[in-house]
Design a protein around this ligand. Structure first.
Ligand code: C2E
Ligand code: CA
Ligand code: CA
Length: 404
């Protein structure tokens, strides 16, 4: 059978295919980048007519997007996913979260959340086992804003992934503003072995900001060991790609999950061995933060600062970023009147620059500082002076901790 799918006939053909059971959800597993454990899967639609020759989504998703029929497909795939997960739960098989692609067209559906919850609840599945993948495609305008749409899905207990990040349909503003949980890095950003330095810099930066925004990162389209090795050093959380598995028919996927269940728990192994350099750095930072509840990164040359860590410190008044001179003025105003001079003399910008010019590497002061509770406590403040590795700026890393 040779199906000629066009924008004119796609909706009708889809309905017929659904009625005949020719639309199937395939499942592509996602794996933990560090220990290769199965952590989830993405449901991908396959159209399999009577002749058994699979029609790829590239043939039918774009015309469905154009004509609005895509929402019917997505709801149908969700239904299949729910039935599959329910059967896993009923049979005591490990069920990992499954993501479903939701076209932006759904923002035009006023009853989207009711329908989503209604479907999932009809199968009695915990909401945390279903994720929504959403791209920032500008296909549908009007309707609810994507930000509200995503917020409502999350409020209903589902995770939301930003799909295809870096594909050209996504922007940094979108990532900043949309309250998503997961970011999927598009396969177009990965070349066969990540050997191009500029490509690596771009990827490192994307993973860097995604991790700092507390987004779970998933790399898509991972095909080679070299790519995997590099992604590990970027602290990428999970991997989806042919290196581990192609999208699988339901039965094969369920078998895979069942085998995962019967395997003895894979032990985490030596943390220093299994952690990527970027995660060991994070762990080190966590340890440093527990000792120093206030850490400020300052640029003396540019008279600026930002707080790297500012939690459980005696005072909580200070702005997250601003001018260094004002930071010192503000700090001095919270010091005991008898210690104020000591503090400003040590940390005034010109004095610190002088100290650096004389070859000093750090300046430490012990001074009494008033906390939010109105009580003075002895606080140790140390400024470490370093030259920026990138430009000619003089940087200060300020570490502070109460001594009592
Ligand atoms: P997507 O959401 O970005 O899905 C990932 C695509 O990458 C899948 O293509 C998958 O088979 C493919 N892929 C996975 N690993 C690799 C790899 O290592 N190398 C390469 N070259 N490709 C890999 P697929 O299944 O052909 O789907 C294409 C697109 O069609 C999907 O891209 C998604 O945007 C859309 N789509 C598929 N099913 C649905 C659906 O149920 N609803 C909606 N709205 N869109 C769907
Ligand atoms: Ca997707
Ligand atoms: Ca994708």
């Amino acid at each position: 059978m040779n199906l000629e799918i066009t924008e004119q006939n796609v909706c009708r053909l889809l309905r017929e295919a659904v009625a005949e059971g020719n639309i199937k959800a395939y499942y592509q597993p996602k794996y933990d980048a560090l220990n290769s454990r199965l952590v989830g899967a993405e449901a991908l639609a396959r159209w399999i007519p009577a002749d058994g020759i699979v029609i790829s989504p590239d043939m039918f998703v774009p015309p469905l997007e154009k004509t609005g029929g895509i929402t019917e497909l997505d709801w149908y795939i969700l239904e299949q996913v729910c039935a599959m997960v329910k059967s896993q739960l009923d049979n005591g098989v490990t069920a990992v979260p499954v993501s479903v692609n939701f076209s932006r067209m759904h923002t035009l559906e006023n009853d989207f959340i009711q329908k989503l919850c209604g479907t999932v609840d009809r199968y009695g599945i915990p909401h945390k086992l279903i994720e929504a993948e959403i791209t920032e495609s500008a296909l549908a305008d009007g309707g609810e804003s994507l930000i509200d749409f995503v917020r409502k899905i999350r409020e209903a207990g589902f995770s939301v992934a930003i799909d295809d990040f870096g594909s050209g349909l996504s922007s940094l503003n979108f990532v900043k503003d949309v309250p998503a949980d997961i970011i999927k890095i598009d396969k177009s950003l990965l070349s066969s072995n990540c050997e191009d330095e500029k490509e690596r810099i771009v990827l490192e930066s994307i993973f860097g900001f995604a991790n700092r925004l507390d987004l779970v990162t998933v790399a898509e389209g991972v095909e080679t060991e070299q790519q995997l090795g590099f992604l590990r050093t970027c602290d990428c959380r999970s991997i989806q790609g042919y290196l581990f598995s192609k999208p699988l028919p339901e039965q094969e996927y369920m078998k895979l999950c069942a085998e995962t269940n019967t395997q003895a728990e894979v032990e985490a192994g030596d943390i220093l061995f299994s952690q990527a350099p970027a995660s060991t750095t994070n762990l080190l930072m966590q340890a440093v933060f527990t000792r120093y509840p206030l850490i400020i990164m300052c640029n003396l040359t540019r008279n600026s600062y930002y707080m790297m860590c500012y939690s459980n410190f005696t005072t909580t008044e200070c702005a997250a970023s601003g001018s260094f001179d004002e930071l010192i003025e503000m700090g001095a105003s919270t010091m005991h009147p008898e210690d104020r001079h000591l503090f400003t003399d040590a940390f005034k910008r010109e004095n610190l620059l002088d100290a650096f010019a004389k070859g000093e590497t750090s300046v430490t002061v012990h001074a009494r500082q008033m906390g939010d509770d109105g009580i003075y406590r002895m606080v140790e403040t140390t400024d470490y002076l370093v030259k920026s590795p990138h430009v000619d700026d003089i940087i200060v890393i300020n570490l502070s901790r109460p001594l009592e």
